[in-house]
Every structure is written in structure tokens, then in C-alpha cells.
Design a binder for this molecule. Structure first.
Ligand code: ADP
Ligand code: MG
Length: 334
């Protein structure tokens, strides 16, 4: 959304903006003091750890100027909730950092705040504070989210053991496929598949309930943001194990297959695309039945895609168990 004229867009002053748009988002939390103090208080139930995470989003990198402002807000929040979910944490509240680009007007900010209000209800979180600056560069936002877990129980990336099985929630590659559609791929695709893929890119669904249920079940976990193989490689490296993934077992949706085809190339592209915000985790083989039950009760598909072995790194294997060369395992910023 660009300003129609060359004059700067209408924008409330900094403090009016905070009072009008952001203070209402803190209303459910007395510790936020209606955003009238220098800092907020985050209470912690006895016997719990505070789990903290931060993700930044930059215009042109993580979202586009024309994306709906409420979607941008939700994505900024949800990518953080996804981190908390993967750690088995229950999300509680968050801080919002904004560096406003010159093209941002009041209307954009109001729709942005409305998006946050929606998701606050959906995920039971509240705003505790933040910081607001202006920049001549791209819009940049950052959310720091806080959650709780019973003390010492946070699910780590480190913890995968040889003979564990490897699982992933949902389907892999849809967000990457959605981005490809936005960039002009998939001319013959059905409207249904197009919008399904685009919404997977614009609006990830953090697996909060699933993540909490994995406490005590998963030996290691992370959320898939950079690409399934790149992220499993992180688990392998920090756990000091080898992770073998069977390409045919990776859950790729019918919409992504409709866009990219049914071959191994599609699986490879899906497993390196990123932005999935699914949970990849390892668990003892003896936990299989409980995990299948969890999938049924949560309504989120959980697919067993491989196994943990002695060795190093994450490896993609074909049906005969031969390694498939992966040119680029996932996204890196630089
Ligand atoms: P200070 O100058 O003491 O750092 P600020 O004037 O930046 O404080 O902020 C005043 C209040 O408004 C604080 O409670 C702060 O947390 C809150 N705040 C500022 N920007 C934001 C934002 N983008 N989102 C939420 N709260 C904000
Ligand atoms: Mg201050």
C-alpha cells in the first residue's frame, strides 16, 4: 500500500499511537500497566521457567508492502508462537518492536493492531510493551514472545538419540509453494489450491496445542522455518547424531503436488523451501502409539519420516536407501 501522493502519510504521534492502538492490546494484563510505564512485569507460576524467543520481519524479505497489514501482524506474532510451541511452552505475552517506514499510515497501523487483537484472542496472549521508531528504510518489526514450561522441561533441539524415530506435523512445502504462486508460478492451478497455498505462506498456523502435548514425549524438537532438511540438520548437529529421512514419507500436500508435480524433485523442493512452521521432532520408538493418538486427538497430522542413527547430519534417502543429493538444504539470510 503506497501513499497516493508524494506528501507523507497521516500518522498519529508516537504516544498517541501507543495509547490508541497498542494500550488496548495490553488491557488483559495488569502487569503491562496500560503501557504507561518504562517496563512491564511478567509473572511466572511457581515451578515454571520463562521461555523467551524473538523473530524479526523485514519488508521485502519476510513480507511484501502490499500484504494485508493484519496478516503481517499475525505472521510476526505467529512465527514466535511457533518457536514457543516447538519448545512445549504455553505462550503468555509478547513485546513488539516497530521501525516504521515512511509509507506507513494510520490506516495501516489500525489494521495491523486489529490483526494482533484477533490473534491475541485465538492464542490467549497479551501485549506487554515494545518500542517504536521511524526509519527511512523498509518497515521492520520484531516480536519477543514469552511462554512458560514446567521447570527444566523445555524441549531442546539437543536430545535426539540413536534409534529414536523422526516425525513432522502437518505438511511440508506449502508455504514455499504459496510464495512461488505469488511470484507467478502455477498459472493452471485451481483457485482452491492457489488460495490454500498462499494462505499457508501468509498465515502460518503455530502448533501450540501439539507442542504442549509433546512435553515428555519428544526427545528433541524445533519448528521448521528454514527448510525441513536444514532444520533437521540443526537437531542432528546439536544432538551429535545422524538423521535419516525417507523422501517418500515426507508429507507433501495435494495442492503442492498439483503445483510442482509428483516426482522426487517436488519432495526435494518442499523439504528445502522453509516457512512451514510445522514441528519436527524425535521420540523413542516406544512413543509411536501415543504420538498416533495425539495426532487423532489434536486433528493435526503427524507423520513418521525417518530415524535417528549414530553419525552426523541430516540425510535424505530414496526408496532404496541411497542418499539424494541436496543442493541447498534451506534458507539462510547471508
Ligand atoms: P521509553 O522511552 O521509556 O523506552 P517508550 O516511550 O518507548 O518508553 O514507550 C512507552 C510505553 O509504550 C512503554 O510501556 C513501552 O513498552 C510501550 N510501547 C512503545 N512502543 C510500543 C510498541 N510498538 N508496542 C507496544 N508497546 C509499545
Ligand atoms: Mg523509559
Amino acid at each position: 500500500m503506497t501513499s497516493p501522493s508524494s506528501s507523507p502519510p497521516r500518522r498519529l504521534g508516537e504516544f498517541a499511537l501507543i495509547a490508541k492502538l497498542f494500550a488496548p492490546l495490553s488491557a488483559n494484563d495488569p502487569g503491562a500497566f496500560a503501557l504507561t510505564d518504562d517496563a512491564a512485569i511478567v509473572g511466572l507460576p511457581d515451578g515454571h521457567d520463562l521461555v523467551v524467543t524473538k523473530d524479526m520481519l523485514v519488508e521485502g524479505v519476510h513480507f511484501l508492502r502490499d500484504d494485508p497489514p493484519d496478516f503481517v501482524a499475525k505472521k510476526a506474532l505467529r512465527v514466535n508462537l511457533s518457536d514457543l510451541a516447538a519448545k512445549g511452552a504455553t505462550p503468555k505475552n509478547y513485546l513488539l518492536g516497530l521501525s516504521l517506514a515512511p509509507w506507513i499510515a494510520d490506516d495501516w497501523l489500525a489494521r495491523f493492531a486489529a490483526g494482533l487483537a484477533d490473534d491475541q484472542k485465538r492464542f490467549a496472549v497479551t501485549l506487554s510493551g515494545g518500542d517504536t521508531t521511524a526509519t527511512t528504510g523498509p518497515l521492520t518489526l520484531s516480536v519477543t514472545a514469552f511462554g512458560t514450561v514446567p521447570s527444566g522441561r523445555m524441549v531442546r533441539r539437543k536430545g535426539a538419540r540413536p534409534r529414536d524415530a523422526v516425525f513432522v506435523s502437518g505438511s511440508i512445502g506449502d508455504a514455499g509453494a504459496g510464495l512461488a504462486v505469488l511470484k507467478g508460478e502455477g498459472v493452471g492451478l485451481s483457485d482452491f489450491d492457489r488460495s490454500a497455498l498462499i494462505s499457508r505462506y501468509q498465515l502460518p498456523e503455530p502448533r501450540v496445542a501439539l507442542g504442549r502435548a509433546l512435553l515428555g514425549l519428544a526427545s528433541s524438537a524445533l519448528d521448521v522455518s528454514d527448510g525441513l532438511l536444514a532444520d533437521l540438520d540443526h537437531i542432528a548437529n546439536v544432538s551429535g547424531v545422524r538423521i535419516a529421512v525417507d523422501a517418500v514419507k515426507i508429507p507433501v500436500s495435494s495442492a503442492t503436488r498439483a503445483l510442482w508435480g509428483h516426482g522426487q524433485e517436488t519432495v526435494l523442493r518442499a523439504a528445502t523451501a522453509g516457512d512451514d512452521y510445522e514441528i519436527a521432532f524425535t521420540a523413542a520408538a516406544s512413543a509411536r502409539a501415543r504420538i498416533a493418538e495425539l495426532s487423532r486427538t489434536s486433528g493435526v497430522a503427524i507423520t513418521e519420516i525417518g530415524r535417528v542413527e549414530a553419525g552426523g547430519g541430516a540425510h535424505l534417502l530414496d526408496e532404496r536407501g541411497k542418499p539424494i543429493a541436496v543442493p541447498r538444504a534451506g534458507f539462510t539470510h547471508f
